[in-house]
Design a protein around this ligand. Structure first.
Ligand code: SF4
Ligand code: SF4
Length: 424
């Protein structure tokens, strides 16, 4: 009977997850294709360092180390969750125990990490609730964003409590016959020593833990904590170029190359010219959307942004919060009708011109982001749209553009006059 209930619960979880991932897949299909250069070795090395090694988050030594421990703990504890699914489906207990010494290592580290994660996340929650940390606030963070962070952290606390409870009562129930090593839970079991309802409590914690895992897995894609899943692919596909490298626009490059080769009129095309830059959600790349799903809203980017620090409207974190929200608003309608227009856009209704032109392109945000999210590239793409399609640039830039067009240089003097200074 327990197996049937488990199988039904698991099936419902998979169906709900399937629905969510189909929805996300449809959103990704609205974006321009993922940029991938095939540099597998370099990308695997980057992923090992930044995603698994947590090198960027460790720049803040204390809180960074705590976060890294929580992340590594999650990786180890996930193995235990997989085992629970196998146990639940086939009516077993500790089905991976056949792996011998490996099982001892995994269960021992999982047990220790469950306590570390519990303490770490408890500290994170207290810090959010009671300390006024500047980077945890901003216009882009509405009460629902703060509630989401608190819900996700509470979920994790309950997950760890139920895991330790499950292990503790499993030890009390099966004594020496239980496979694996559990340093923390053994100590707790020794302290409890005996309980009349050991079996009931073991089953209670087992079911509580697995139901929480299923519920959390379905909650995550709608939460900022989705980075638990998305951080690894996002770092893998992130920018390998030096941060200041600005990719050329393919549409413009093609025209320039044709003109330079003298073949400008050889390839007439009937297709409508694609958009220059980014105006709305359908113009972003899949990398940009992946960035928005990965953003943890930690605010490390905004904290170092010189524009934000000096009181400008720009907050780099807001750019990706807005991208995610805009996709949620327009994406479902675009999927039904590709030409859908709600007379709103990412630029203007979400991100103002003032925010976009406040960016100094210093790349401090991209440098600090622990998940290698690239803000300046998207900001530059939105500026490209404003300049190339709307002709809207700050007055100072318009003067410079006119000078480049007329004089081949940003200054107002003719190229013939450039060496005049040598006469004085
Ligand atoms: S973009 Fe990066 S640094 Fe900024 S809030 Fe998101 S995860 Fe944090
Ligand atoms: S690149 Fe722009 S958004 Fe990023 S930190 Fe510098 S000024 Fe701020």
């Amino acid at each position: 009977m327990e197996q049937i209930i488990f199988a039904c619960t698991f099936l419902i979880t998979l169906i709900l997850l399937g629905f969510t991932f189909m929805r996300l897949r449809a959103f990704f299909k609205l974006c321009k294709p993922l940029k991938y250069d095939g540099k597998l070795k370099e990308r695997l090395s980057l992923t090992a360092r930044v995603a698994f090694g947590q090198t960027k988050i460790l720049r803040k030594p204390i809180i960074g180390f705590l976060h890294a421990l929580v992340f590594w703990g999650f990786l180890v504890i996930t193995i235990g969750s997989i085992e629970m699914v196998i146990d639940g489906l086939f009516g077993l207990n500790r089905s991976l125990a056949f792996s011998g010494i490996g099982y001892d290592i995994i269960t021992a580290s999982g047990d220790i990490f469950s306590l570390i994660v519990l303490l770490g996340v408890f500290i994170f929650l207290l810090r959010r609730l009671f300390l006024k940390i500047r980077r945890f606030s901003g216009v882009e963070l509405k009460p629902k964003n703060k509630l989401d962070a608190n819900i996700a952290l509470s979920f994790i606390i309950l997950l760890m409590v139920s895991l330790i409870g499950m292990n503790t009562f499993d030890i009390l129930l099966h004594k020496e016959a239980l496979a694996g090593t559990y340093p923390i839970s053994s100590s707790l079991a020794a302290w409890i020593n005996h309980h009349n309802n050991t079996s009931i409590l073991f089953h209670f914690f087992w079911w509580l833990h697995i139901v929480l895992i299923f519920a959390f897995a379905n909650y995550l894609p709608y939460s900022k904590h989705f980075h638990v899943f998305m951080s690894i692919p996002n770092v893998f596909f992130s920018n390998l170029n030096p941060l200041t490298f600005l990719p050329a626009m393919p549409e413009v490059s093609k025209e320039v190359k044709l003109m330079l080769s003298g073949d400008a009129f050889q390839e007439p095309s009937d297709s409508a010219p694609s958009r220059f830059g980014v105006k709305d959600i359908e113009d972003i790349t899949q990398n940009n959307y992946l960035d928005s799903l990965t953003c943890t809203q930690c605010g490390r980017c905004t904290e170092v942004c010189p524009a934000n620090i000096t009181g400008k409207l720009l907050s780099p974190r807001k750019i990706f919060v807005d991208v995610r929200n805009r996709m949620l608003e327009k994406g479902p309608f675009l999927n039904k009708a590709p030409k859908y227009d709600d007379h709103k856009a990412l630029i203007g209704d979400y991100i103002s011109h003032e925010e976009l032109w406040a960016c100094t392109t210093c790349n401090a945000c991209a440098q600090e982001c622990p998940l290698n999210i690239s803000h300046p590239n998207l900001i530059m793409d939105m500026r490209r749209y404003l300049v190339l399609e709307e002709g809207q640039a700050p007055e100072e830039l318009n003067v410079m553009f006119a000078n480049i067009e007329n004089n081949g240089a940003p200054w107002k003097f003719s190229p013939e006059d450039r060496l005049d200074w040598t006469q004085y």
